[in-house]
Ligand binder design. Structure first.
Ligand code: FMN
Length: 302
């Protein structure tokens, strides 16, 4: 009997859908039954976004508040493997992804099932993935692999191109100077290789060592500067979210958060990174190596 795989994801622009199609192609080619489910939220998010609507998602993302999903049907009660495509929104699992993780029908199929997670992020997915790991552990799923696709251009560059994509709906090269927004096409095509690795382990039903094989193919690349910024920003976002949810009129606070974000990214982060590079980083190489290994892996330390 052919193996049964559920590939379930949310994708606003279709980027993660494209990634999932490329990833699962080798499985489909060898006769694995791949059921693809693209979930939808009841309340639709605008695309292109308005600035107000975009930043208004921040508190619920950070605080893990779910939204209602359109009903979805799963053909099977159990699967040999679940491929979960999730987004990072404001350094947290995006609201649709988080709502899926909290959905009773999805939680029911997750129990005791091997799971491979995959994201198509700008470049800051670590904190979101830690929360996905925790949610999977709590539902009794078995995380066997993780793949993180990101825009590999400089942090400033991907910030500009992502915001242009989100707010103007334009993914093409701005002024012929900036690169195209989002995950590079060749990286999306390369997920085929990850699919072959997954297929091999699915066939033998032995997941040992799969993440190491995926890592050899660069399924996850943890960059120190981004890991460093994210570790600080995650805590600051939590403070902002806690303040904003208590406000009756959140609009001015969300505007303030937007400006904070710009200042933090373009002014504060380069200064802090420079200070860190001179005074701390050279003396912490063992710790940094451990952290990179941990975030590349599939274990969860609470
Ligand atoms: C509201 C919002 C917040 C986002 N925040 C982050 C983030 O914190 N880190 C990141 O790497 N990407 C972030 N992104 C980019 C998404 O992870 C993703 O790459 C993009 O939305 C395209 O995904 P799609 O397949 O849903 O179209 C954000 C996108 C949105 C819409």
């Amino acid at each position: 009997m052919s193996k049964k795989v559920l590939a379930i994801y949310f994708s606003q622009t279709g980027q993660l859908g494209n990634i999932i199609d490329n990833l699962t192609a080798p499985l489909v080619q060898t006769g694995v039954s791949v059921e693809k489910v693209r979930i939808q939220t009841k309340i639709k998010y605008p695309f292109p976004w308005t600035g107000k609507a975009f930043f208004a998602q921040m508190p619920d993302c950070v605080k893990g508040v779910p939204t209602e999903l359109e009903p979805f049907e799963l053909k099977e009660k159990t699967y040999d493997l679940i491929i979960l495509g999730y987004q990072a929104w404001f350094l947290s699992p995006g609201i649709p992804s988080n709502s899926l993780l909290m959905h009773p029908s999805f939680q029911a199929v997750l129990k005791n099932t091997p799971v491979v997670t995959i994201t198509g992020a700008r470049n800051m997915w670590i904190s979101a993935m830690e929360r996905v790991k925790k949610a999977l552990l709590e539902t009794g799923a078995k995380l066997v692999g993780n793949i993180a696709l990101a825009d590999n251009h400089h942090n400033f560059v991907s910030f500009v191109t992502l915001l242009r994509w989100m707010f103007a709906g334009k993914k093409d090269r701005l002024w012929n100077i900036f690169p195209k927004a989002g995950v590079a096409e060749e990286d999306i095509l390369h997920t085929n290789v990850f699919g072959e690795i997954i297929n091999k382990h699915l066939g033998s039903n032995n997941w040992d060592g799969m993440q190491d094989e995926l890592l050899k193919e660069k399924a996850v690349i943890v960059k120190y500067n981004l890991m460093f910024i994210e570790s600080k920003a995650r805590k600051i976002f939590a403070v902002w979210a806690n303040i904003i949810v208590k406000k009756k009129n959140q609009t001015p606070w969300l505007v303030a958060f937007k400006y904070y974000l710009l200042i933090a990214l373009f002014i504060a982060a380069p200064i802090i990174l420079t200070v860190d590079a001179i005074f701390f980083k050279p003396f912490l190489s063992a710790r940094i190596k451990r952290q990179k290994q941990y975030y590349s892996g599939i274990t969860y330390n609470s």
